[in-house]
Write a protein that binds this ligand. Structure first.
Ligand code: GLU
Length: 420
C-alpha cells in the first residue's frame, strides 16, 4: 500500500510548520514540538505455540505533555514503523488539545500481523509489550487505548498486566476496556459515531442537511462500521464500502447492518452479494457526496486527489490525506474535516471512561453519548467559525484552522508552565 512509501512524520512536520507560521510563533516552538519528548523502542520476545521464540519490535512515542498525561492508542500492524508512531503521537497532541481534554499526546505500535497469531500468542505479546513500557505509562502519566487491530480484549490484558506488576487495580491505566472491566459501551461506537456527527454538521453547512446524501467509506474496521451505521441512522445512503481485501458498490444503497454481520462472520465485505465488487481504494473515487476514509494514512495524495468527487471528506482515519493531496482538494473546494477534529470521538469518550474509572464507575451510558455528541458538535463549530471568520479561506483550509487552535493551546500551556 502506498502509505509505506511516504513518511507520515515528514507530513506531520509540514502541517506543524504551517501552523507555527499562521500563529507567528518562533522556530524554537517548532523545535520543541517537531519531535517527541520521549520515544521508547522495545524488543518483545514471545514464546510461540510451536515452542519457538519470535522477537517483535514495539514503540511508545510520548510527544508532548504540556496539557497533561500522554494519551493515545496502540496499533498492531505489519507496516508499523518508528516514524509512523511518532507522527501519530503528534497528531494525538493536537487532537487532545483541540478537544480541550486534559491530555498530551502519545501513541504506540507493534510491528506484527495480529491475524497470524493465535489468541495465546497475541496475549503473551500484549502482556510483554505492556510490561516493557510499564515504567513510562500510568494513570497520571500515559494512558493507552485501542487503535488499528487492537480492541477491548487487548486493553484487558494491558490493564491486568499493569495491575499485577504494580499490586493494585489500575483500571484507569488504559481506556477502551471491556464493559465488565470499567469500559463504556459508548467508547466502542465513539470514533465512528463522532465522525458521523461531524460529517452531518458539515453536511448542514454544505447541503442543508445529511438526509438523502450519499456516503462512501474506505476501511470497515471499528471506525468505518460505526460511522456507516450512524450516518445511515441520520438518513444518509451508504453507497460504497471497502476493507483491505476489496470493496462493494451499490448506488441504490448498501444494507449496513447486513454488511457488518458479513464482515464479522466472514472477515471481508466482499462476501456481500447485492453489490458490484471493486478494489480497496475505489470508494475514494465514486460519485458520493461524503467520503469517509477510515483505513490508514496517506490514502489521498497528489497522485489521486484529482479523482475525488465528494464535496465533504470526514477523516475517520488518522492522516489519510497528505499535505500535497490536500492542496488539490482545497483548490477543488472540497471541505476536509481533519482527522484531529473528525475522529476525536474515540479519545473524547476515553476521557469520560478514565474519569468514570477514577470515580468508581458512576456515569450512565446515556449521559456519555449525549456528552460525546455535544462535544463533537461544539468542536466542529468552533473550528468552522474560526476558519470562516479569522482566516483567509482562499488560502487556508479547515485543517489549518484546527491546527492553529490546537497548537496555540499547547503553546499557551508550555508558556504557563515556564517551558518557554
Ligand atoms: N486510537 C484512537 C485515536 O487515534 C483513540 C485514542 C484514545 O482513545 O486514547 O484517536
Amino acid at each position: 500500500m502506498s502509505h509505506t512509501l511516504r513518511d507520515p512524520y515528514e507530513e506531520a512536520k509540514k502541517q506543524l510548520k504551517e501552523s507555527i507560521e499562521i500563529l507567528g510563533l518562533t522556530d524554537e516552538v517548532y523545535e520543541i514540538l517537531a519531535a517527541p519528548e520521549r520515544l521508547i523502542r522495545v524488543r518483545i520476545p514471545v514464546k510461540m505455540d510451536d515452542g519457538s521464540v519470535k522477537v517483535f519490535t514495539g514503540w511508545r512515542s510520548q510527544h508532548n505533555s504540556a496539557l497533561g498525561p500522554y494519551k493515545g492508542g496502540v496499533r498492531y500492524h505489519p507496516d508499523v514503523h518508528e516514524h509512523e508512531v511518532i507522527a501519530l503521537s503528534m497528531w494525538m497532541t493536537w487532537k487532545n488539545s483541540l478537544a480541550q481534554l486534559p491530555y498530551g499526546g502519545g501513541k504506540g505500535g507493534i510491528k506484527v500481523d495480529p491475524h497470524k497469531l493465535s489468541p495465546g500468542e497475541l496475549e503473551r505479546l500484549s502482556r510483554k509489550y505492556f510490561e516493557l513500557i510499564s515504567k513510562v505509562v500510568g494513570i497520571d502519566e500515559d494512558i493507552p487505548a485501542p487503535d488499528v487491530y487492537t480492541n477491548p480484549q487487548t486493553m484487558a490484558w494491558y490493564m491486568d498486566e499493569y495491575s499485577r506488576l504494580k499490586g493494585f487495580h489500575a483500571f484507569g491505566v488504559v481506556t477502551g476496556k471491556p464493559l465488565l472491566l470499567g469500559g463504556l459501551y459508548t467508547r466502542i461506537i465513539s470514533t465512528g459515531h463522532g465522525t458521523a456527527v461531524a460529517a452531518a454538521e458539515a453536511a448542514k453547512k454544505i447541503f442543508g442537511g445529511v438526509e438523502g446524501r450519499t456516503v462512501s467509506i474506505q476501511g470497515f474496521g471499528n471506525a468505518g462500521q460505526y460511522a456507516a451505521l450512524s450516518l445511515k441512522e441520520m438518513g444518509a445512503i451508504i453507497v460504497a464500502v471497502s476493507d483491505s481485501r476489496g470493496g462493494v458498490y451499490n448506488p441504490k444503497g448498501i444494507d449496513v447492518e447486513k454488511l457488518i454481520k458479513i464482515k464479522r462472520e466472514t472477515g471481508s465485505v466482499l462476501n456481500y452479494e447485492d453489490a458490484e465488487k471493486f478494489s480497496s481504494k475505489d470508494p475514494l473515487y465514486v460519485d458520493a457526496d461524503i467520503l469517509v476514509p477510515a483505513a490508514l494514512e496517506n490514502q489521498i495524495t497528489a497522485e489521486n486527489a484529482d479523482k475525488i468527487k465528494a464535496k465533504i471528506i470526514a477523516e475517520a482515519a488518522n492522516g489519510p490525506t497528505t499535505p500535497d493531496g490536500e492542496e488539490i482538494l482545497t483548490k477543488k473546494g472540497i471541505v476536509v474535516i481533519p482527522d484531529i477534529l473528525a475522529n476525536a470521538g474515540g479519545v473524547i469518550v476515553s476521557h469520560i471512561e478514565w474519569v468514570n474509572n477514577r470515580m468508581g464507575g458512576w456515569l450512565k451510558e446515556e449521559e456519555v453519548k449525549a456528552r460525546l455528541e455535544e462535544k463533537m458538535t461544539h468542536n466542529f463549530h468552533a473550528v468552522w467559525d474560526f476558519w470562516q471568520n479569522k482566516l483567509d479561506t482562499e488560502k487556508y483550509n479547515m485543517r489549518a484552522a484546527a491546527y492553529a487552535l490546537a497548537v496555540k493551546r499547547v503553546y499557551d500551556a508550555m508558556k504557563l508552565r515556564g517551558w518557554i
